[in-house]
Design a protein around this ligand. Structure first.
Ligand code: ZN
Length: 304
């Protein structure tokens, strides 16, 4: 190649220097860690990809730990680590963030039992839309303990096999009517603990709802059984701590049972307005290790 522009040459020379230098024999960490995205926005999940030196036997893999200290927090949280592929040469933990926490510098600690890597991860701030809700005193009823317990059990699921591959697909063709993370004022008072824990799609009653990714049907229940707030509900366990919940359904296929395995795109119900809902829409909540995260990045790219 001919370098005609004299300003290009020093740049290229610098690059080849950077690329060509051999790694120092000592002091270089053997435990490689990548965070994707490297700087998540509030409400997004991040994948912590661990590439240990050589292949680990199962006992060594058990020693892999991922600890995460959120911005402003003093206590670290521990997250489950799973093999990324059957060969077991890379591992991954998924860490959720929420609109309720502080942005800024967090600390990620990854250890294989002998070596510990400390990484600073910057969580980007993000503005969420707000809604002002006026409550009229009469109230629309509250959740039953039955539905709270069943939904909590679904969100808590962490099963070992990863069932999704590639980007998730939209569970409905309807337009997105409420974005993830919307914050609320009730009668003028900011609700500190509230954020919209999912995406809403508006479409006519009876419009199809499909599984956004493969998984095991882990919850089917109905308004008539006490799902007063959630309405007719389907929950899918995508594996490794990733769970979807679909609320306010009009119908659920009679052949669909808890324990069934569904493929991405398979029909799991129709849009309705059951439970606490003011009009036909689908609420899709995506949970990562029990925390509701923004499904949007999961639709736009492959989360490993
Ligand atoms: Zn919703």
């Amino acid at each position: 190649m001919t370098v005609s522009c004299p300003r290009v040459f020093p740049l290229l020379a610098g690059l080849s220097l950077l690329i060509g230098l051999p790694r120092p024999a000592s002091g270089e960490p053997q435990l490689q860690v990548n965070v994707n995205p490297s700087s998540p926005r509030l409400g997004e999940s991040m994948a912590v990809i661990i590439d240990p030196p050589g292949n680990l036997d199962p006992t060594q893999a058990d020693n892999l730990t991922v600890r995460f200290t959120r911005s402003g927090a003093t206590e670290a949280e521990t997250f489950p680590v799973f093999p990324l592929d059957p060969a077991g040469d890379r591992y991954r933990a998924l860490i959720p963030t929420t609109p309720l926490e502080a942005h800024g510098r967090t600390l990620l600690q990854v250890s294989d039992g002998t070596e510990t890597r400390n990484l600073a991860v910057w969580i980007q701030d993000r503005r969420f839309p707000t809604q002002r809700i006026t409550l009229s005193g009469s109230g629309s009823g509250s959740a039953t303990q039955y539905e709270l317990d069943r939904v909590a059990a679904l969100k808590n699921l962490v099963t070992p096999t990863k069932h999704w591959s590639g980007p998730f697909r939209r569970p409905s063709n309807g337009r997105t009517s409420t974005a993830f993370g919307v914050r609320r004022y009730y009668n003028g008072v900011f609700a500190q603990d509230y954020y919209h824990r999912g995406l809403d799609y508006a479409a006519g009653t009876g419009s199809p709802v499909v599984a956004p990714a493969a998984g095991t049907v882990a919850l089917i229940d109905y308004e008539r059984n006490g799902f007063r707030i959630h309405g007719n509900t389907v929950g899918i366990d995508h594996g490794q701590g990733v769970v979807s919940i679909f609320l306010h359904l009009h119908t659920i296929p009679s052949g669909l049972k808890e324990g069934d395995f569904v493929q991405a795109g398979q029909n799991i119900g129709t849009i309705g307005s059951t439970g606490a809902s003011t009009g036909p829409h689908l609420h899709w909540g995506l949970y990562v290790n029990n925390i509701s995260v923004d499904p949007t990045p999961w639709l736009n790219q492959t989360v490993q």
